[in-house]
Design a protein around this ligand. Structure first.
Ligand code: ZN
Length: 322
C-alpha cells in the first residue's frame, strides 16, 4: 500500500483492540485479543504483538508501511517518554510501550488517554466534519469523558482532564470509589442502572426484570430494565425515566460549561433505540440546559461503537505525522 497505514491500539481491561487505518482515516482491518484476569505483562505484550502481526499480514502490508502508531491508555502515562504509568486492573504500570513497539516498528508511537482517543475517533464520523467542540461520554462501568475544544483534545495541565463521571450531581449522595459522594457515574453509569434494576427486583416490584433474567439477578444488565419497560412494566419504565433524568443532568452541566456543538454518547447503553434513549434524553437536556445561542448542542450516539478508540488513536498519530 503506497500511502502507508496507521495503527490504532485501544487498551482495555478485558482486551486489547487494534486496527489499521489508511491515510484517509478509514479503518481497513481490526482485531482483538482478550486479556484474561491475572495475565502477566509479558503475556499481554506477546498477544498484542501477535495481533499486530496478523493484522499487518492479513492486510498485505509490511511493518515498513506503518507510518505511525497511536495507543489509547485507560490510565495515566508519560507521553514524552512513551511510558504507561498506571492502569487499573492491568499490570502495565512502568511499561515503556513506545520502546516495546519500537523493536518491531520504526514509526513514531503516540500515547493518549483512551476516552480522548474515542472522542477523536467519533469526530471522524460522517457529518461531523465541521465539529470543533465536542464531548464524548462513555457510559460503562463508570462514566468516562473526552473533551475536544477548538479542534484539539483538551488535556488539562497534567493530562488528566475529562473525568466527567466524577462531577457531583447530588451533594452528600451515593459514595463513589473516588472518595466523594454523589458523583454522576454513581447514578448514570451502566453499573448504576444495573444496580437500580437489581434493587427494583429485590424490592418485589420488578416482576419483569426477574422474568427477563430467569430469577438470577446476577444476569441483570443495563439492558434488562429497558427490555422490561418495553414489555410494558410500569416500575421499570419509571426506573428508566429516572435514569435518563440523571444522565441528562450531567450532560446539561457539560453543555452549560463547554457549549459543545456535539455531545456523543458511547457504551452499551448508547445502542438503545432513539425513542428509548436519545429522544427523551434530548428533551430533558434541552429543557435543563441554559439557553445559549440559537443552535442547540447535537446529542448523538457513537457512530463507530467499539472502533472509536482505534480510529481515534490512529487519527491522533496521523495528525502528528503530517
Ligand atoms: Zn467519584
Amino acid at each position: 500500500m503506497a500511502s502507508g497505514v496507521y495503527i490504532g491500539i485501544d487498551i482495555g481491561g478485558s482486551g486489547i483492540d487494534a486496527g489499521l487505518c489508511g491515510a484517509d482515516g478509514a479503518l481497513i482491518t481490526r482485531g482483538r485479543t482478550p486479556v484474561v484476569s491475572g495475565a502477566e505483562r509479558g503475556d499481554i505484550l506477546r498477544d498484542t504483538r501477535l495481533l499486530l502481526r496478523s493484522l499487518i499480514s492479513g492486510a498485505g502490508v509490511s511493518n515498513g508501511d506503518v507510518l505511525g502508531i497511536g495507543v489509547g491508555i485507560p490510565g495515566s502515562f508519560d507521553g514524552e517518554r512513551g511510558e504507561i504509568l498506571y492502569t487499573a486492573n492491568m499490570p502495565l504500570g512502568g511499561l515503556n510501550i513506545a520502546e516495546e513497539l519500537g523493536c518491531d516498528f520504526a514509526a513514531p508511537v503516540h500515547l493518549e488517554n483512551d476516552a480522548n482517543c474515542a472522542a477523536l475517533g467519533e469526530k471522524q464520523a460522517p457529518g461531523r466534519e465541521m465539529i470543533e467542540d465536542m464531548v464524548f461520554v462513555t457510559v460503562g462501568t463508570g462514566i468516562g469523558g473526552g473533551v475536544i475544544a477548538g479542534g484539539e483534545i483538551y488535556r488539562g495541565f497534567n493530562s488528566a482532564a475529562g473525568e466527567i463521571g466524577h462531577m457531583v450531581i447530588e451533594r452528600g449522595g451515593r459514595m463513589c470509589a473516588c472518595g466523594r459522594r454523589g458523583c454522576w457515574e454513581r447514578y448514570a453509569s451502566a453499573t448504576a442502572l444495573t444496580e437500580a434494576a437489581v434493587r427494583l427486583a429485590e424490592s418485589g416490584r420488578g416482576a419483569a426484570v426477574r422474568r427477563l433474567c430467569g430469577d438470577d439477578l446476577s444476569r441483570v444488565s443495563a439492558k434488562t430494565p429497558f427490555d422490561a419497560a418495553r414489555q410494558g412494566d410500569a416500575a421499570a419504565r419509571r426506573l428508566i425515566d429516572e435514569y435518563i433524568s440523571y444522565l441528562a443532568c450531567g450532560i446539561a452541566n457539560l453543555v452549560n460549561i463547554l457549549e459543545p456543538q456535539l455531545v456523543c454518547i458511547g457504551g452499551g447503553v448508547s445502542r438503545e433505540p432513539d425513542e428509548w434513549l436519545l429522544g427523551p434524553l434530548r428533551d430533558a437536556v434541552y429543557r435543563e440546559a441554559y439557553p445559549h445561542g440559537r443552535a442547540r448542542t447535537r446529542l448523538e450516539s457513537a457512530h463507530f461503537t467499539e472502533d472509536s478508540g482505534i480510529i481515534g488513536a490512529a487519527a491522533l498519530c496521523r495528525s502528528k505525522v503530517s
